[in-house]
Write a protein that binds this ligand. Structure first.
Ligand code: PRX
Length: 638
């Protein structure tokens, strides 16, 4: 059993222990798992060259810790309760034993298709149980999954496939999303035109839409599994063998493949799930994330399943067929734990409380928030109307790179404060620094959030480019992991995340690099250059504001058509999530004499705060700024 904290003094005690002797603390947690061979040493680390190893020489398979370790106790318990996009379609419930058999069978399919330990497998699938089966089947045989959110464009998918040197892709014919059927296989086909290494695509039939199957390369999932045995002996993995790669945006143009390894990630996701959510054996946990993001990895698949939890997995969207869909699912499945993003809450708040009141939500015990800062108004609405004042909110701060939750209340244990992620979990040693890297000690301080000691769930490298990982995370403040987030520690020592301090924006809980969006805009033939910044958005948290300089040839084009084609360019290069909300055509960008774009100024203008632009003395051409503020050509997406 994973040790669980259940009082505030217990938390303080565990936290103290975890800082005084981190190795002993994590060793004790790790003892709750099944290891084929125990570790020789708990931790080796170096934050300068980034070399971190947890549970050195430990041998295990993470799926044995989900299945074999527990089947005897809860083999017949529902593991995944799948709720389809359309509520009139029957759902699917897979018990732990049924899920185990599907995982073993698909593991055998992967082996038959030549996948070996260490090979990367790309998963580009809708939110169906087979997506989880695919991930776990990879883990079973030691293949490294790279799940790509199925809303990304063919270009983005191809970049990720090529970067991870993937040979096998798992996908579906299509995807149901609200009233729409979205082609998925067609996107894969387009991507694979530039992925010479891929020689096998396994296609799940979901929508039955017409697809082209390339002979010799593409096979149907149902054909591939037919007659394949449902037993598979798990492959022995080293604690530090790669479990998965997950691409995420940073401040440079190209997304990075964040690499997580097996032993530490297992211990960390399972421990944080058990403690933050205070999951009990009969509870029903519903996380609205997509498996294409880290929340889906750690808190739909690995964390909950390692704890023997019953997980509701939802294929659809919050407003289909009605804006009460989440509440309907909670009532239908008697959900006890509900974990979602502030964006979803803010969009549902717009419909008032009537859609909630139509449903019996008395099963709820714990509410969670993730992905972006939750504003106080959304927090209060969540607490009062969804939780009826009875459910603690766990505002969980973490990142793709951290693998699991880092700062969060422990449900029912840590006193909460609206909009605060509150306190670090045991084992998490935070440090706030100023821009020069000096530690800001004491309370009532605000600065850059760093972490000074390793935790088991942390990233180990970025795929294929270790130096890039060091430069991105460990070079800004020597010897520290820099999160890229600004933070405040208040008078009570509570942490409030203020948002990104780098060139990353968080749109509806989705992380995007401004450089990435600029590259997409710049791919348009009429664009000379562009600058992208975030601006406060009532529902999305941040919206995307693009300043665009067009070629003289654009004069002969209809401005509306140019705008539409710019949006189309972004959709093609990244996907619809990266479409700018506002596009302003400008004749030039504010630059320093050395040619650097002064984003600070553009951010202020986008925020509607042009009165306090700060020091503009280094600007090459101050006239440009006045013209932008005059802003005749702001166009807002419908
Ligand atoms: O800025 C923080 C924000 O999301 C970033 C991480 O994004 P990603 O790697 O996509 O992972 C999202 C899901 C864990 C962080 O750097 N963020 C995440 N959770 C919170 C948050 N900001 C404020 N409060 C949170 N609870």
């Amino acid at each position: 059993m994973i040790p669980k904290i259940n009082t505030l003094s217990g938390y303080l005690y565990e936290y103290q222990k975890s800082v005084t002797n981190p190795e002993a603390f994590w060793e004790n947690i790790a003892q709750s798992f099944y290891w084929r061979k125990k570790w020789d040493k708990v931790l080796e680390w170096d934050f300068v060259n980034l070399d971190v190893k947890w549970f050195v020489n430990g041998k295990l398979n993470i799926t044995e810790n989900i299945f074999e370790k527990n089947l005897f106790i809860f083999g017949d318990k529902p593991a995944i309760v799948w709720e389809p996009n359309n509520p009139s379609e029957p759902g699917v419930t897979l018990t732990y034993r049924q899920l185990y058999e599907k995982v073993c069978q698909f593991a055998n399919v992967l082996v038959q298709n030549g996948v070996k330990k260490g090979d990367r497998v790309c998963i580009y699938m809708p939110m169906v149980p087979e997506a989880a089966v695919a991930m776990l089947a990879c883990a079973r045989i030691g293949a490294v999954h790279s799940v790509v959110f199925a809303g990304f464009s063919a270009n983005s998918l191809a970049d990720r496939i090529n970067d991870a040197e993937v040979r096998v892709v798992l996908t579906s014919d299509g995807n149901f999303r609200g009233p729409k059927s979205i082609p998925v296989k067609a996107v894969v086909d387009e991507a694979l035109e530039s992925c010479p290494l891929v020689d096998r695509v396994i296609v799940l039939k979901r929508t039955s839409m017409a697809v082209t199957m390339k002979p010799g390369r593409d096979v149907w999932w149902h054909d591939a599994v037919r007659g394949v045995p449902a037993d598979n002996k798990a492959t022995e993995m080293d604690a530090e063998d790669n479990l998965f790669v997950l691409y995420t945006s940073g401040s440079t143009g190209k997304p990075k493949g964040v690499v997580h390894t097996t032993g530490g990630y297992m211990v960390y996701t399972a421990y944080t799930f058990a403690n933050v959510f205070q999951y009990d054996s009969d509870d029903v946990y519903f996380c609205t994330a997509d498996v294409g993001w880290v929340t889906g990895h750690s808190y739909i698949v690995y964390g909950p399943l390692l704890n023997g939890a019953t997980v509701v997995m939802f294929e659809g969207v919050p407003n289909y067929p009605g804006v009460d869909r989440f509440w309907d699912i909670i009532e239908k499945h008697k959900v006890t734990h509900f974990y979602t993003a502030p964006t979803a809450l803010r969009s549902l708040m717009g419909y008032g409380t009537e859609p909630i009141e139509r449903h019996d939500l008395r099963s709820l015990k714990v509410l969670g928030s993730v992905g972006e800062p939750i504003n106080e108004e959304a927090w209060q609405w969540y607490y009062t109307h969804v939780g009826k004042g009875n459910c603690p909110i766990v505002d969980t701060w973490w990142q793709t790179e951290t693998g699991g939750i880092m700062v969060s209340p422990i449900a029912g244990v840590t006193p909460t404060k609206p909009a605060y992620a509150t306190l670090p979990l045991p084992g998490v040693q935070l440090m706030i620094v100023d821009n020069e890297g000096n530690e800001l000690k004491g309370n009532n301080v605000e600065g850059n959030l760093c972490i000074k000691f390793p935790w088991p769930g942390m990233l180990r490298t970025t795929y294929g480019d270790h130096q890039r990982c060091i430069n991105t995370y460990f070079a800004t403040y020597k010897g520290l992991y820099f999160t890229g987030d600004g933070v405040k520690r208040d008078a009570d020592g509570y942490y409030r995340i203020l948002g990104r301090v780098d060139d990353v924006i968080n749109v509806s809980g989705h992380r995007l690099g401004t450089a990435e969006v600029e590259n997409a805009i710049n791919s348009h033939p009429l664009v000379l250059e562009s600058a992208v910044v975030g601006f406060p958005h009532d529902v999305k948290g941040q919206g995307i504001y693009a300043y665009v300089v067009l070629d003289a040839a654009s004069k002969t084009h209809d401005p509306e058509k140019i705008k539409d084609s710019l949006l189309a360019a972004v959709t093609k290069v990244i996907g619809p999530i990266a479409k700018p909300d506002k596009i302003q055509v400008v004749s030039g960008l504010p630059k320093t004499r050395s040619g650097k774009i002064m984003r600070r100024i553009l951010r202020k203008i986008a925020e509607g705060d042009a009165t306090s632009l700060g020091d503009t003395s280094t600007l090459l051409d101050p006239g440009v700024v006045q013209e932008i503020i005059g802003g005749a050509l702001v166009r807002v997406k419908a």
